[in-house]
Write a protein that binds this ligand. Structure first.
Ligand code: ADP
Length: 567
């Protein structure tokens, strides 16, 4: 595209942002246009960057975060100033919490007016508003700093512990120009944006000491391990040492859930008895009970591999900290393990196998039930059967019961194919993550959504339909937050109650997608199989018993205890 600026030998800020992103391999931007960045989206598109336009910045931000997790390159979210910026911020904060590399670029109002609080269109001190929620926040104040600002944002987002970066570009900077001959020299490609970090040899020895004296060793794989793409060395380490592993939810599939050393079906026993625990890209946060007893053995010794050394000792003493990138650290451990004959004792493997067999049998019984109306397990049994026939499908999952039960029922066979509510347990990621998974991989996506969770980003069904993405949304509809059968005496529905008769599939139909309404596992199997074969947008409203589900899913214990009345 030749513009009047080209003819005058000038390059403006819009073009420079696009040039800087392109120089660093950005091929997709997720966003919502408006003042002052609409021309930035147009310029990106005209220069071969794919622009995916959303209905809400929150979803665009979640899409950028998921793109970062899936590609190891920062996902880019573009927003307007003021409210658009604020709408994107929770997604940027969520990316930071989950250690996903992401950059939110927002246009902003003129500094001179904002800083004197004179009242401008959508004026907020965006840079300072973003700071507490991100890994770093930068503002570009001059057109000649655009290349530098983008390079800095990219380096910060992906190096060390990945996270969210806010990049503020005032509208006036986008409109400034440089001589084209000068402009080219202001843009550069970041060399080796996330350098390898090798562990110290003595740290490796210390870790091997702990592992070699363990009677009941356990490996916990977290989403940091999935992100690191060290799949092959992780598999070798597990198979050479025979140490059982537990995958955190987004690490499922890093090694197949069907792997003989998976301890997922004996999770409580593995955690309660392990005497040496190797954490690989997993934090000892609430998702792992902070490493506290009695959930964990009080004698357990922790070994932790993490790129962020400040993570060590955040909850429990770390007997053997291993600061470095997972690939490099595990290679060093693997070399040492062979020399030191680190293995898992047979008795430990047998204990776990016995518990797995028992829990697997219970699960099979539950899945075989066929009550009417349908309940979570029966719907999930049907979905599981379809996904076993289609193991390369990307799975997005959010909700309370819909999340907890899907995680337990649906096995993953391939790495980085499961994206869910993550470290915050946040609702609203569903459609953004699904769109990014489809756009970044070109593969089919199934989103398993609670009906409440779906509502947080449901309007993005229109986005899915507009871009004809191969996304099938399954709404597990029990008509409520947690469940839909709570009654109250007043005129209004109970706080947990939604509309049990809602026909979510009509939303897909409204925008040109395919809608299904199902009430039995057989219908669900048929609808999902057909939707996957069609490779287009679809929504299946799956009618469940409103009495199915429990309050807060598996997290009921996080609700504060109510005081009981005095006797
Ligand atoms: P989960 O929720 O699955 O347990 P977390 O998000 O708590 O996982 O932990 C991920 C951890 O992985 C973070 O502490 C992060 O610093 C770490 N991490 C991310 N990438 C790498 C990497 N390439 N090498 C080492 N550690 C990493």
């Amino acid at each position: 595209m030749t513009t009047h600026l080209d003819a005058a030998g000038l390059t403006d800020g819009f073009q420079l942002v696009v040039d800087a992103l392109r120089a660093n391999g950005t091929d997709t931007i997720y966003g919502v246009v408006g003042i002052p960045i609409t021309d930035l989206a147009r310029t990106a598109q005209a220069n071969g960057i794919r622009y995916i336009g959303f209905r809400h910045e929150g979803s665009a931000g979640h899409a950028a975060a998921a793109a970062g997790f899936l590609t190891q390159r920062p996902g880019v979210c573009l927003t307007t100033s003021g409210p658009g910026f604020l709408n994107g911020l929770p997604a940027l904060a969520n990316a930071t919490t989950n250690c996903f590399p992401m950059i939110q670029i927002s246009g902003s109002s003129g500094r001179a007016v904002v800083d004197l609080q004179r009242g401008d269109y959508q004026d907020i001190d965006q840079l300072n508003a973003a700071r507490p929620f991100v890994k770093a926040a930068y503002r570009i104040g001059r057109v000649e700093d655009i290349g530098r600002g983008v390079a800095r944002a990219i380096r910060t987002a992906v190096s060390g512990r990945p996270g969210g970066v806010y990049l503020d570009i005032p509208g006036e900077v986008l409109g400034q120009c440089l001589e084209t001959s000068v402009a080219a020299s202001t843009v550069w490609r970041v060399v080796d944006p996330a350098p390898r970090q090798l562990p110290a040899p003595e740290a490796v020895e210390r870790a091997l000491d702990v592992l070699s004296r363990a009677q009941r060793p356990l490996i916990v794989l977290g989403k940091g391990a999935a992100y690191a793409r060290a799949d092959e060395v992780i598999r070798q380490f597990v198979e050479v040492t025979g140490i059982p592993f537990l995958p955190m939810s987004m690490a499922k599939g890093l090694l197949p859930d069907s792997h003989p050393r998976s301890a997922a079906a004996a999770r409580s026993l593995a955690i309660a008895r392990a005497d040496a625990v190797l954490l690989v890209g997993a934090r000892l946060n609430w998702l792992l009970g902070h490493g506290d007893s009695p959930q964990w053995s009080k004698d357990a010794e922790f070994i932790q591999i993490d790129i962020a050394a400040a993570e060590f000792d955040s909850n429990q003493p770390i007997a053997a900290p291993l600061a470095g990138d997972i690939g490099s650290v595990l290679s060093a451990l693997l070399d040492g393990a062979a020399a030191r004959a680190v293995t898992a004792p047979a008795g430990w493997i047998d204990q776990l196998a016995e518990r797995k067999a028992c829990n697997d049998a219970k699960m099979r019984e539950r899945l075989a039930e066929n009550p009417h109306p349908m309940r979570f397990y029966n719907a999930l049994a049907a979905i599981r059967a379809v996904l076993q026939r289609n193991p390369d499908v990307y799975l997005v999952n959010e909700g309370a019961n819909a999340l907890d039960l899907t995680r337990n029922v649906i096995d993953m066979e391939l790495p980085r194919h499961r994206l869910d509510t993550g470290t915050w347990g946040v609702m609203g990621i569903g459609m953004g993550y699904s769109i990014a998974a489809a756009v970044e991989t070109g593969r089919p996506v199934v989103a398993i959504e609670g009906d409440s969770a779906f509502g947080f980003s449901g309007m993005e069904i229109e986005t899915i339909c507009r871009y004809r993405l191969p996304v099938t949304v399954v709404v597990l509809n029990n008509g409520g937050v947690y469940r839909g059968d709570e009654s109250v005496s007043g005129p209004d529905p109970a706080p947990t109650v939604l509309n049990a008769g809602a026909r979510h599939e009509l939303l897909a139909a409204a925008f040109g997608g395919k809608g299904y309404h199902v009430t039995t596992p057989t219908e669900l199997d048929a609808a999902l199989s057909e939707a996957l074969a069609a490779q287009g947008p679809a929504l299946i409203d799956c009618e469940l018993d409103p009495a199915a589900g429990v309050e807060s899913g598996h997290l009921a214990g996080l609700n504060p205890a109510r005081a009981s009345a005095p006797a």
